[in-house]
Write a protein that binds this ligand. Structure first.
Ligand code: SF4
Length: 345
């Protein structure tokens, strides 16, 4: 049984957008075994993908070279006999482990001029605007291959869940599923403030939803704690879970949600992969590149002349791509999902 080793991206959203690549690899070789080498902070996502046989832990710090550790891990992986490595991050250091492991075929995008480290090199087609999902899925074909209309469309990322376990997780976090509809708000975006709809607006949205009988959980990592606290302060009764959940618990909770409102973030892609009704708010990035791939998703993006700029901080200072999105607009998208009950008043 041939084995492939995939070097995982470091971001939750990118990890999810790689899943169609795994599906395509399986379609071509049903007997293929797919191992993923992933940092612990994204590993739970891969453990919920049926295409993945084993998730191996990458014990490296974010951004650290750790050359000796990579050499040691590569040597240890030799015994597994992988026939190919697919390197998803663009960095030079990400290609080191497969090289040290002596994996005969090492493929990926050229990225940081990784000739030698990789021996099957793909080039990004700068003229074609392809989505991130398509960008990764191309690695299942030979370099230069363009998908035609005759080929089956790429599947959407999907995560497995266990409903009983998810409800137990929610209860443990203080959320009783079934008492009132649950809205999960995710005001963070690790990339930077230019991808974050203002926390005060999330607060106003939460206040509105609470008056309509919703229970609200605010989710994010400890880096999102300030934004989440601002939302919770604005709307009494809101559960601020920022920094209090593992990624697995966050996935469980989102799987129970009747509505998810987020920025373009990893949790947005989680909600899409769980097919929860969702409103996704885009600022400096583009929904053409990283859309939530779900028919239950509604996207808000103003498409201003300056966007997408893909900057973490607004270079123009006015941040109109987000500041011009009012709470009413988001509420109307929520209503379009047919999820909002009539107001009690
Ligand atoms: S330059 Fe435009 S797209 Fe970029 S952050 Fe500022 S307002 Fe948004």
């Amino acid at each position: 049984m041939p084995r492939v080793l995939v070097i995982a991206p470091n971001w939750i959203g990118d990890a999810l957008m790689a899943q169609p690549l795994f599906a395509m690899l399986r379609l071509k070789r049903p007997d293929l075994r797919i191992d993923v080498l992933a940092p612990e902070w994204v590993a739970p996502v891969f453990r919920r993908m049926p295409e993945i046989d084993e998730v191996l832990s990458a014990p490296f710090r974010h951004g650290a070279l750790q050359l000796k550790e990579r050499w040691r891990l590569g040597r240890a992986l030799r015994a597994r006999g992988h026939v190919q490595a697919i390197v998803l991050p663009n960095t030079w250091k990400a290609a080191l482990v497969p090289f040290f492991a002596d994996i005969p075929l090492r493929s990926g995008y050229a990225g940081e001029a990784r000739y030698g480290l990789l021996n099957l090199v793909y080039h990004k087609d700068r003229a074609a605007q392809v989505s991130m999902v398509e960008h990764y899925a191309r690695l299942a074909d030979a370099p230069g291959h363009s998908r035609t209309g005759r080929e089956a469309p790429l599947p959407d990322p999907r995560l497995t869940t266990d409903a009983a376990r998810a409800r137990a997780t929610a209860l443990r976090l203080g959320i009783a599923i079934g008492n009132a509809p649950l809205a999960v708000l995710c005001p963070g975006a690790e990339y930077g403030p230019a991808k974050r709809w203002p926390a005060a607006r999330y607060g106003a949205l939460a206040t509105n939803l609470v008056t309509k009988g919703w229970q609200i959980a605010v989710l994010g990592s400890s880096k999102d704690a300030l934004a989440c606290a601002e939302v919770a302060l604005a709307a009494p009764g809101v559960s601020d879970l920022s920094g209090r959940t593992t990624l697995d618990e966050a996935i469980d909770l989102i799987s129970c949600a009747d509505l998810v409102v987020s920025n373009d973030s990893g949790l947005m892609h989680v909600a899409a992969a769980l097919e929860r009704p969702q409103v996704a708010i885009f600022g400096s990035s583009s929904p053409d590149h990283t859309p939530p791939r779900s028919r239950h998703a509604r996207v808000i993006w103003l498409g201003m002349p300056c966007s997408p700029c893909y900057k973490p901080v607004c270079p123009l200072g006015h941040f109109r791509c987000m500041n011009d999105i009012g709470v009413e607009r988001v509420l109307s998208e929520c209503s379009a999902l047919a999820m909002l009950p009539e107001s009690a008043d």
